[in-house]
Design a protein around this ligand. Sequence first.
Ligand SMILES: [Zn+2]
Length: 480
Amino acid sequence: MTTERYEMVVGLEVHVQLKTRTKAFCGCSADFGAAPNVNTCPVCLALPGALPVLNEHAVTLATRAALGLGCSVNPISVFARKNYFYPDLPKGYQISQFDQPLATGGSVAIGETAKGADIRIGITRVHMEEDAGKSIHDRYPGATAIDLNRSGVPLIEIVSEPDIRSAAGAGAYLRTLKQILQYLDVSDVSMEEGSLRVDANISVRLPGESKLGTKTEVKNMNSFSAVERALEIEFARQCALVESGGKVEQQTLLWDGEREAVRPSRSKEGSHDYRYFPEPDLRPLLLDAQWIAHVRDELPELPDARRKRLVADFALAPTEVEQLTSSPAIAEYFEAVARASGDGKAAYNWVMGEVIAALRASGSGVDSFRVRPADLAQLLNLVRDGTISHTAGKRVFARMVETGKQAAQVAADEGLLQVGDDAVIAGWVDEVLAEHPQEAARYLAGEKKLQGVLVGFVMRKSQGRADPKRVNQLLAARAG
Ligand SMILES: [Zn+2]
């Protein structure tokens, strides 16, 4: 394999749509999924004389994202026009930021080395910009339609350093980034709805070389796994090219997921000169230190910090905590159950087992889940103190999901409260021995291994309510 002789060098540009109600420079709705061209006005349609007005909330969310990614936020940043022609860009330019971006110099930890040090990917910059419209090529035969609902929607672009060395590393970076942005609550980060988009810059070099090779830019990936696959394919292509004495040409490539191949983009975007210049209709963005400090104070706990805290507080394994913190809402739900029940391990097992399964089955989110953390904690306590058996607990949970009733109520209604009363259990034992005379005779004659079978019969007869420990004791006493 020629690929083994070379090192992959990757930097990613991630565009993220900010979660604002309105667009970046006008009052139009920024919602996804409206009928084409409904959310438009003279500003985002670029009618003559219309002037942009900056959306303050977009600035807050962009700053929050930049601080969450460890960047320094610049007290002065400047909006600039990025000029190019495209049918879905009526202004003929995009408002972006160029040489004075909102923020610079952050990093994201994507894992640990064998020695336990963080593997960090540097963030070069985070800048604000607006989205362009959308060209729809395949709906009307022989024609391209334009939808300008997305025109002017606020984005941030997060540019990484070329610190990524493998396709899996790119995947890890993207998943970590997405999780941080979810915790920061600045974006829906949905690749399906286009609120998170990824372009990859990739080059190859021999290990130990410090100079970067000529890069290509790969676009059009619609999932994180597509990014990983596209990088593997493009890496192999560049390695084979260099190995055979050829040269990598700087160009923009489009990923074709169906054919698992990259092909050159017809638009030659790599060769653009965007003729950036400061946007004359917007003043420089001035952010005072106190305001930045305030946004920093409001940052929520981020995934890395939360993982470390949950490991320490609830004695869970790092892999368990990894699963729990994959979504902030699940992590919060777990923590509430664990605190209310005082049992982190049981809370973990129930949340990752029954709760996740129920959410998947109903297709709803944990925020609207019927069984609230305090209710689940009560159920855990009933199981732990033996009021109901573990098996009965699962039935109670299923009824709680259906009805929204409390655990104790459901257990009483369904007759699932565990029976520890010896007289009642002894009655069930008698019945079972009478109903299974052969097994009973063999067991009483000393065939100890039949005890499990008989306990099973008693449990079934009691519909799971008998305390299995007492059943075992009573049977053992009969066998003498
Ligand atoms: Zn508008």
